[in-house]
Design a protein around this ligand. Structure first.
Ligand code: AHR
Length: 633
């Protein structure tokens, strides 16, 4: 830990920069009265928003390692699955569109082995999502459904290094001829170097026909959940100190066409009963991460869901007319809330218990639709009202979020409106005061999607400055803004993995990294009080921003200072007589807007911790985000 005073921090700049910049710097007056709280901070201010985009779930957070594990055929065949023919083995593989283990998965991959023996095996491979990550001394749970004909009586499963052909883990699974059955085996690794450059092989030394569907290869997961989530990504989310997860989307809730809506019924229960669906971000969603996994994810992070229910609008501008046509979707929403929150005496609460989770999940907010301002038909008011009246009748305790302005009867009025902002750094700086003068006598605000965007695949330091500046506005207005969530959160950085260019956390099959914006959010959320004290600033540059909150329980002032300019900013600080002690200082700094983190350089920009005395003056270096925890005595 470096111990710096404000003076030594100033002298740490290159002399030439300081000479040029200090010459034009003007001292600003910052005055804070920690004893005068003007309003409370929303207890749910910072949260998370994700959806199936950028391989956030399949090939991302959902820990499943097999690509196309539901063997979906396309014109190219069954993508992700290949044929093995060792020695003089003879075999072929085709999609079988008429044979499958369930109504949800009516197709399969059919392997016909006409010649095989020990040393001359035939079989299939799976390359994972840009490789299969294999770690030392770990157990991988392999399972699949199979139907067998002929003399095949065992499957040899191997995790294989792509470059070396080395066996990293292996096992034999006895199988029997006859109808579809589920098979499983645990594959354990020994001492090896972790890598993602691997694949799975399933091979046979005897002839026959083998149909396979609903395969799964699960590594250890966060909290050891079966069918669970990737540990490193969950740990990164936990470090953001979120209070909620908005789920399941975004555009993912809606789909391009009406038939692509997020039908939660088809995302629960055994994997073999989940058909998957076409997601709007260009690829198929297996729904392996379904509604229950979403809810368990919130439980594992000790947060609550903000449940968005489908409201009858498709991204290609089709919509369901309010009235009888919309009724089944309203019922689906009512049932979905019951699945999340009902006790086991209710129909859907009982279903949730059957699916493995008897305790209901906490809930306070239900969002009706997503970005319905794009529905130019004007149907949203009618659709919203129909959902709102039905949901309020059954669940009067929940707050309802609208995604656009609505004209509705009193009983259907929304409690909260969801505003979205995607901006360049320059535009984000201009937006920081957006809510300062907004009326306080109407709906509360949920900023359900926001991001400063210029870096790719993840935000650069200019974006982090924009985000930090924006968060000062969120905190200052947290009497009005009840919740806010950055979007999108996750991106698989492999070629072809990304659909949206600026995303908070990047990863490949094995590793992940936080962007500068990620660290800005971790700092802001981890150092947040429960009240906003009276404060003023004058004379600061136009790219200087601040926020102050006070923790009443531990008597700490959390002061955030954001200098997005290339000049140092000196502040004369007046604490209105409050006695302050040695403060903890967290600094996120870089040499300019384009600096960033990446898979190969994940730690280039990270918070540094030190101790300072706030005193009566502080100079914030150019391109710097500071978070100070100032003890109040
Ligand atoms: O976050 C990416 C997309 O942006 C979301 O799916 C949508 O709600 C918004 O337009």
């Amino acid at each position: 830990m470096t111990i710096m005073t404000s003076k030594s921090a100033l002298f740490a700049f290159p002399l030439a920069l300081c000479f040029a910049a200090c010459a034009s710097a003007q001292t600003a007056q910052l005055s804070i009265d920690p004893g005068k709280i003007v309003h409370p901070v929303s207890p749910m201010l910072y949260g998370l928003m994700t959806e199936e985009i950028n391989h956030s779930y399949d090939g991302g957070l959902y820990a499943e390692l097999l690509g196309n594990h539901t063997f979906r055929p396309t014109w190219e065949g069954v993508v992700g699955w290949g044929l093995v023919r060792n020695g003089n083995a003879k075999a072929s593989v085709v999609p079988d569109k008429a044979t499958g283990p369930s109504k949800a998965l009516p197709t399969s991959l059919k392997l016909t082995v006409t010649e095989a023996s020990s040393g001359n095996e035939a079989g299939v491979t799976n390359a994972g999502y840009w490789g299969i990550p294999v770690k030392p001394k770990s157990t991988y749970q392999l399972s699949f459904y199979a139907k067998v004909d002929g003399s095949i009586d065992s499957v040899h499963a191997r995790l294989v290094g792509n470059g070396t052909g080395a066996t990293l883990a292996e096992g034999n699974i006895p199988v029997h001829a006859g109808a579809w059955s589920r098979y499983q085996i645990a594959l354990g690794t020994g001492t090896l170097e972790a890598s993602a450059d691997n694949h799975l092989e399933l091979t046979f030394a005897k002839t026959g026909t083998f149909w396979i569907q609903a395969a799964s290869l699960m590594p250890p997961t966060f909290n050891n959940r079966p069918n669970g989530l990737r540990t490193d990504l969950m740990e990164k989310m936990a470090a953001m100190h979120p209070k909620f997860v908005r789920l399941p989307g975004g555009n993912y809730l809606e789909g391009d066409r009406l038939e692509d809506w997020y039908d939660w019924h088809e995302t629960i229960g055994p994997l073999v009963d989940r058909p998957g669906h076409q997601a709007p971000w260009s690829y198929w969603s297996t729904d392996g991460l379904g509604l229950l996994e979403f809810l368990e994810w919130t439980e594992d992070l000790k947060v609550e869901p903000v449940l968005a229910v489908y409201a009858g609008y498709a991204l290609k501008h089709d919509y369901i007319k309010p009235g009888p046509d919309l009724e089944p979707y309203v019922q689906a929403a009512i049932d979905e809330v019951e699945y999340a929150t009902g006790d086991v005496s209710t129909k859907w609460g009982a279903q949730r218990a059957k699916d493995g989770h008897s305790a209901p999940f906490p809930l306070h907010y239900i969002e009706i639709g997503n970005e319905d301002e794009f529905d130019k038909s004007g149907s949203y008011s009618g659709r919203f009202a129909q959902f709102a009246l039905a949901l309020r009748k059954k669940y009067p305790q929940y707050k309802l979020i609208a995604t656009d302005k609505v004209t509705v009867e009193k009983a259907a009025e929304p409690d909260v409106i969801d505003d979205h902002y995607y901006k360049s750094p320059a535009d984000m700086f201009d937006l920081v005061h957006r809510y300062d003068d907004a009326p306080r006598n109407g709906m509360k605000v949920f900023v359900g999607e926001w991001a400063t965007r210029s870096g790719s695949p993840t935000p650069n330091f200019g974006d982090a400055l924009g985000d930090a500046a924006w968060m000062t506005g969120l905190e200052r207005n947290s009497d009005l803004i009840v919740m806010a969530s950055y979007a999108p959160l996750l991106v698989n950085v492999n070629p072809g993995g990304m659909q949206w260019p600026t995303d908070l956390i990047g990863y490949d099959a094995l590793k992940s990294y936080g962007s500068p914006s990620y660290y800005a959010q971790c700092l802001f959320a981890a150092h947040l009080g429960d009240g906003v004290p009276q404060s003023t600033i004058s004379g600061a540059g136009d790219r200087f921003f601040y926020s102050a909150t006070v923790s009443s329980s531990d008597h700490v002032l959390h002061l955030k200072l954001v200098n997005a300019s290339n000049h140092p900013q000196t502040l004369a600080v007046d604490m209105k007589g409050a006695k302050t002690g040695a403060a903890k200082l967290y600094t996120l700094h870089s040499g300019g807007y384009f600096a960033t983190n990446s898979m190969t350089n994940p730690d280039s920009i990270k918070p540094l911790e030190s101790t300072v005395n706030l005193g009566s003056s502080r100079t914030v270096a150019p391109y710097t985000i500071e978070v100070l925890d100032v003890p109040l005595r």
